[in-house]
Design a protein around this ligand. Structure first.
Ligand SMILES: NC(=O)c1ccc[n+]([C@@H]2O[C@H](COP(=O)([O-])OP(=O)(O)OC[C@H]3O[C@@H](n4cnc5c(N)ncnc54)[C@H](OP(=O)(O)O)[C@@H]3O)[C@@H](O)[C@H]2O)c1
Length: 295
């Protein structure tokens, strides 16, 4: 596994161990974060590695059944580091590779409209040419973002903000469910090229109902404009903000919401039933986890 010290990656590692897998976590040298101790407690083999060395990565991949990536970053990670990891997996004869996609369905989106998804598309084109079986997990938006980063449920104002159509179905999956599904897919030798899941498919009206039920307070809708307005806003914000290495600047979040609200990136058909033991967490359950004084 690459990225096992991250939020999603550590959860994937835990689910892999729970499912009886031997996990080898490839981590950057010098990492002293708390995830290192958690990985060791789980029983994972932690291998400190230079991600610039295909030779070192090849040795680390030897004997594996599947390489799972949960790396997060921009070009130097999603394209460059994952390419080296892919070259290593192929050289080591690993049969399967799961890239760090975990997003909306970029295969249905035109190139050039969403920076982070364009990087995934570019890496996956390379992955498709490699002699290795690949599976991407597409999960929509992490539901967890609704209680934080995503400017959709405004708890203070009791409003649910949206663009375009309040009846547009949107895909939400928790980080935990995405990790559980990815672990199951990693241990399943016959996965297709893409697996699509959504813990809940919810319209903005459903999110409004979920917010009201989760907090016991009535939430109202707040229409912020058409999807065209949101697209223009994200371009404007991008042009106005100084260039930075931030993986998720505000304009990236707007691009993501834009691609969800247009409906273009809707996941279909869904593979939720592939591993029937997985219990999918609803939007309402996630919204209910927000501390009471903030509701
Ligand atoms: N669908 C959604 O709504 C959504 C939302 C958020 C994230 N995601 C996706 O989920 C995936 C995992 O994200 P996350 O939030 O779990 O990320 P995260 O917590 O930031 O973890 C990133 C991981 O990548 C590693 N990493 C970063 N740069 C590296 C490099 N140059 N070389 C080697 N390792 C490197 C980090 O290692 P260190 O510990 O050494 O830093 C860490 O293990 C990504 O594909 C991300 O885009 C999806």
């Amino acid at each position: 596994m690459a990225g096992a010290t991250g939020d999603l990656g550590l959860r994937i590692a835990r689910h892999l161990v729970q499912r009886g897998a031997a996990v080898r976590a490839l981590v950057r040298g010098g990492n002293t974060g708390p995830a290192m101790a958690v990985l060791r407690e789980l029983g994972a083999t932690v291998v400190e590695i230079d991600f610039n060395s295909v030779t070192a990565l090849t040795q680390a991949c030897a004997g594996a059944d599947c390489v799972v990536s949960a790396l997060s970053g921009l070009r130097e990670v999603i394209v460059d580091a994952q390419k080296r990891l892919l070259d290593a997996a192929v050289a080591a004869g690993v049969p399967r590779f799961i890239p760090s996609d975990y997003c909306i369905d970029y295969t249905k989106l035109p190139a050039g409209g969403n920076r982070n998804l364009d990087l995934r598309r570019e890496f996956n084109q390379r992955l498709d040419q490699a002699p290795i079986a690949a599976t991407s997990v597409l999960n929509g938006m992490f539901t967890d973002l609704l209680t934080g980063q995503a400017p959709v449920v405004l708890f203070g104002l009791k409003r649910v903000v949206y663009w375009g159509d309040a009846n547009q179905p949107l895909d939400f999956t928790t980080i935990e469910n995405t990790a559980e599904f990815t672990a199951a897919a990693a241990l399943d030798p016959h996965t297709p090229r893409y697996l699509r899941v959504a813990g809940e498919v919810a319209t903005i009206r459903d999110v409004q109902r979920a917010a009201s039920a989760a907090t016991g307070q009535p939430f109202r809708l707040l229409w912020a404009g058409s999807v065209g307005v949101l697209g223009a806003l994200s371009k404007l914000t991008k042009a106005m903000m100084p260039k930075s290495d931030d993986v998720f600047p505000p304009w990236q979040g707007m691009q993501y919401l834009h691609d969800m609200f247009t409906g273009q990136s809707k996941l279909s058909p869904l593979d939720n039933a592939r591993y029937p033991e997985i219990r999918w967490t609803s939007v309402q359950e996630v919204l209910a986890t927000r501390p009471r004084e903030e509701k």
